[in-house]
Unconditional design. Structure first.
Length: 287
């Protein structure tokens, strides 16, 4: 039973991180209707900025997370204005290629600034918490608490505020939203900023128990795409549930099957679920 609860803890940790990254990705997909491959680069830059703040500037963990969130939000807004906005009326293939190019540019920039070596961010919370027979590192509990608190905050923002409602309206129908007076440009920039904040916070939460390196966004963004396909493209509840499904599947699969196959499990699940429900778990109804 203790082993089972330990895997539940690990699953919640992974699910929280994957869910945050997938939420940012699905928000941008709702606005652009094209997958933003550069989102993995935003995640990686967030980790490096936080690493720089903690190691080189001797800032505290929370200050480092804040500066990473601001830096990546600004980067995301600049990307929207300079790259994606000019391509909004182009073929869907063009933004896809542009996002891949941006990802490669960010990785090359990170490698030039910080080098290609694996870096380790200091762990701010090193204590071990004993709960009901399971051993829980404090950093993992922080990841779970912060990730799900941010998801709830985002949900409340989107459903309880006028600004959030404009984002949802834009995701549902960009032309219709513009006709009723919603500023499409402002909403697009805000959506990219939120996606950047989510990626940076996820990276800063996970980096102390992982490694920081230029290609760290590849696997995370690939799994985030799996998650939003599983949950239904553009579905926010689907992104959260998909993150938990992949997190638990990896955690239990690594323990009961083999750690060698941990990263393959997400793609096996994708094939199984889409063969049973091709539109995803929470796909939007078409009108």
């Amino acid at each position: 039973m203790d082993v089972f609860l330990q895997q539940v803890l690990n699953g919640l940790t992974l699910g929280g991180i994957y869910g945050l990254v997938a939420l940012g990705l699905t928000l941008v997909y709702g606005i652009l209707h094209v997958p933003n491959f550069a989102h993995g680069g935003f995640y990686m830059i967030g980790a490096f900025v936080a690493f720089q703040a903690m190691v080189a500037w001797s800032w505290g963990y929370w200050a480092a997370m804040l500066v990473a969130a601001v830096a990546v939000a600004v980067l995301a807004i600049a990307s929207e204005r300079l790259i994606f906005h000019p391509l909004r009326k182009a073929s869907p293939l063009h933004p896809k290629i542009a996002s891949i190019g941006l990802l490669l540019f960010l990785e090359a920039g990170a490698q030039a600034l910080w080098g290609a070596d694996f870096q380790r961010m200091p762990t701010p919370y090193t204590s071990i918490v004993e709960m009901g027979g399971i051993t829980a590192p404090a950093q993992r509990l922080l990841i779970i608490g912060a990730a799900f608190a941010l998801m709830v905050a985002l949900h409340l923002f989107l459903t309880r505020t006028i600004t959030g409602a404009t984002i949802i309206a834009m995701a549902q129908n960009r032309e219709g939203a513009s006709m009723v007076g919603i500023d499409a440009n402002r909403v697009s920039m805000l959506t990219f900023a939120i996606s950047g904040v989510l990626a940076a916070v996820a990276a800063t939460l996970y980096a102390p128990i992982n490694l920081v390196y230029p290609a760290m966004g590849h696997l995370v963004i690939t799994k985030a795409f799996v998650i939003i396909i599983l949950g239904g493209m553009g579905s926010i509840p689907g992104a959260v549930l998909g993150g938990l499904i992949i997190g638990f599947a990896e955690s239990f699969g690594a323990y009961y099957i083999s750690t060698d196959y941990k990263d393959i499990i997400a793609f096996v699940l994708l094939v199984v679920i889409l063969s049973l429900r091709p539109q995803g778990l929470f796909a939007k109804r078409s009108h």
